[in-house]
Design a protein around this ligand. Structure first.
Ligand SMILES: Cc1ncc(COP(=O)(O)O)c(C=O)c1O
Length: 395
């Protein structure tokens, strides 16, 4: 099927929930994607921080194929060996907590919010969760309410109660907002959809202290920042503090849908039998895929690689910022990098697409770069050359 036919069928049969670019892909290899007409694209989006190992990574392909030949799904009525093994890996990589598996970031956050509510009830009638403005936590009713951006709330009211929003990186406002109803604080260590806003060390350390003083749960939404994206396995590791709950999805399965919530063991016991569940959560296929993603990150020393290539990318973007005043700021960590522009970025994304490079724009003016973790410096050079060419045409 050619691109125009795919677009035509999508328009006819799919809900119009997405503003899609006029391209479709039929094949991927490493950091490259190919459309039906054979045009090659360099992928600096990675399915929005999903394709950790790039496309068609042989280890991932082999693991999924072998697992599919054996067993894809049973049910959480029964024990699932790769689920147990993945839970052990995630527990050991984090703070030794217990893991609940689901299928997406929103579901992981949903689990964390349910856990926070049970935690709050145990301490009295606490139910309120403080989140940050410009945060993004998902699109289900409760996670879009947790999301501190009114544009996502519009039209869906009445929203479920129990969320308050405070400006990100503002410890004083957070402290003032904590009340007798507060049970948890939920933050992304680096806000992704909100424009790649990096939390300061003082802020997250201060938030941890406040949570300890007031007996609140600290939930880190690492759906986008986790699984090595920022050059540490979890972004919180840059900050010298540890949260009580972590949520994950996106990069965990390298493209196979999987979400996870890791919770401090004592708190995790609040979610006893019957309190929460997911039919597909932690199935054989998804957890086998995630185990291989973790193996490759470890065996190929990808965290070090992300730090090195991430620095190279940042330096290249800084050079462009020196050349083109339209770039207001370059920020991010590892391979979660962004350029905030003085103008809207959609035409730049479109121009890059036409020149065979996929990048993303969020919050209208923030160009975002989220390549697969296996991206090389020569891929970065290629992307920067194209971006340089596009910026030079703006002048
Ligand atoms: C930080 C964060 N949390 C949650 C989500 C929601 O994840 P999903 O789309 O898998 O439900 C996203 C998605 O962009 C995200 O970036």
């Amino acid at each position: 099927m050619d691109t125009s036919k795919i677009i035509e069928m999508t328009d006819e049969y799919c809900l119009p929930t997405y503003r899609r670019f006029p391209v479709a892909f039929v094949r991927g290899q490493g950091v490259k994607l190919y459309d039906p007409e054979g045009k090659e694209y360099l992928d600096f989006v990675a399915g929005l921080a999903v394709n950790t190992l790039g496309h068609a990574h042989p280890r991932l392909v082999e693991a999924i194929s072998e697992q599919a030949r054996n067993l894809i799904h049973t049910s959480n009525l029964y024990h699932i060996e790769p689920q147990a093994r993945l839970a052990r890996r995630l527990s050991n990589l984090s703070f030794g907590g217990k893991v609940f598996f689901c299928n997406s970031g929103a579901e992981a956050n949903e689990a964390a919010i349910k856990l926070a509510r049970l935690f709050g009830k145990k301490q009295g009638q606490r139910y309120e969760i403080i989140t940050a403005t410009n945060s993004f936590h998902g699109r289900t009713m409760i996670t879009l309410t947790a999301t501190g951006q009114s544009k996502f709330h519009k039209g869906f009211d009445p929203l479920p109660p129990g969320f308050v929003y405070v400006p990100f990186n503002d410890l004083t406002r957070l402290q003032e907002t904590i009340s007798d109803s507060t049970c948890a604080i939920m933050l992304e260590p680096i806000q992704g959809e909100g424009g790649v806003n990096v939390a300061t060390i003082e802020y997250l350390k201060g938030v941890r202290e406040l949570c300890d003083q007031k007996g609140l749960l600290l939930i880190f939404d690492e759906v986008q920042t986790g699984i090595g994206r920022t050059g540490k396995f979890f972004a919180y590791e840059h900050y010298g503090i540890v949260p009580d709950v972590i949520t994950l999805a996106k990069g965990l399965g390298g493209g196979v849908p999987i979400g996870a919530m890791i919770a401090d063991s004592e708190i995790a016991s609040l979610l006893g039998p019957g309190t929460h569940a997911s039919t597909f959560g932690g199935n054989f296929l998804a957890t086998s895929a995630a185990l291989v993603v973790l193996d490759v990150i470890e065996e190929d020393n990808l965290l070090q690689h992300v730090r090195e290539v991430g620095t190279y990318l940042k330096n290249g973007l800084d050079r462009l910022a020196g050349k083109y005043p339209v770039i207001k700021e370059v920020r991010g960590k590892g391979l979660m990098m962004a350029c905030e522009l003085e103008q809207e970025g959609s035409s730049i994304v479109m121009e890059c697409l036409q020149r065979g490079v996929l990048i993303n724009c969020t919050m209208d003016k923030v160009l975002r770069f989220l390549p697969p973790l296996i991206v090389t410096v020569s891929d970065v050079d290629q992307m920067l050359d194209v971006l340089d060419g596009v910026f030079s045409c703006l002048k």
